[in-house]
Design a protein around this ligand. Structure first.
Ligand code: PLP
Length: 271
């Protein structure tokens, strides 16, 4: 147990309280949208978390974590692998932790990344998809990826335009080391909740469009509509809206982790 005062984070309550509150909000939003809570996957984004916080979330039973930079992903996975190896020594078993890449990826980092992650949310170009395909040849299974779509058309945003998505998904469907599992959508940066709601509505519509188009291809390749089943939308400020619009993966950081009071953390040191 840790006492208050050791934390570099400012936000009400303990990590556990925040985590459980977010889980409950996810579950409530799922029910409001006619689904069961377990149909929605919560990815806790750990880019501003300490290693202690990640371990505590693992102790609470959490298994899905997201990072947005390959460098930090490499550090985190090494530290958490070590932690899980210790748990295995102590108890004979350890949880299966799933890492998600959610940020833009430089092509020279792909080789390392594909060894470490279960799902890449942020494929934002055909060139990146090709590189992941090439580097995934040695993986035992194809790499699961989502295509990041710039639904709102913001200049500053990464992602494929809505108009190009069907074409790009068809191209990706020919890459045997990839499984294109769905779309990732982000709300406009400072657009407020109405803009977020509208972006998520359009994201969900696009997702259903592509899914329908793949389904009617008659099952050539592995990209049938059934395997196109993941829609990643929603962050701390808007995840309930995203679920109500149809998201089945949300990526939540600060609402669980808290807000760093200083610079983003790379270690646990506080001054
Ligand atoms: C940081 C980040 C999140 C989480 O953001 P919060 O507002 O902290 O919940 C989600 N998705 C992406 C792509 C991110 O970079």
């Amino acid at each position: 147990m840790q006492e208050a005062g050791e934390s570099a984070l400012t936000m009400e309550g303990s990590l556990r309280e925040r985590y459980e509150a977010v889980q409950k909000r996810v579950a409530d939003a799922a029910r409001r949208s006619g689904r069961r809570p377990e149909q929605i996957k919560l990815v806790v984004v750990t880019k501003a978390a300490t290693i202690e916080q990640i371990r505590e979330l693992i102790a609470l039973g959490h298994q899905d974590f997201g990072e947005n930079r390959v460098q930090q992903l490499m550090q985190r996975t090494a530290q958490i692998d070590e932690h899980c190896a210790r748990l295995r020594d102590l108890r004979g078993s350890a949880p299966d932790i799933r890492w998600h890449m959610i940020g833009s990826v430089q092509r020279n980092k792909v080789r390392k990344m594909v060894e470490l992650v279960r799902l890449v949310h942020s494929v934002d170009s055909l060139r990146l998809a090709e590189e992941i395909h090439v580097q995934s040849a040695r993986r035992p299974q194809p790499m699961d990826v989502l295509l990041e779509v710039n639904v709102s058309g913001e200049i500053s945003k990464h992602g494929i335009t809505a108009a190009a998505v069907r074409h790009v998904v068809q191209q990706m469907d020919t890459m045997v080391n990839l499984r294109t599992r769905g779309l990732m959508v982000m709300a406009p940066l400072n657009g407020g909740l109405d803009a977020a709601r509208e972006t998520f509505r359009r994201g969900a519509e696009l997702f259903q469009d592509v899914r329908g188009a793949l389904g009617s291809r008659g099952g050539a390749g592995h990209g049938s509509g059934d395997a196109f089943d993941l829609l990643s939308m929603g962050m701390s400020g808007d995840f309930e809206l995203a679920i109500e619009a149809g998201a089945n993966i949300v990526r939540v950081g600060t609402a669980v982790i808290g807000v760093p009071s200083t610079e983003p953390t790379t270690g646990a040191e506080t001054s």
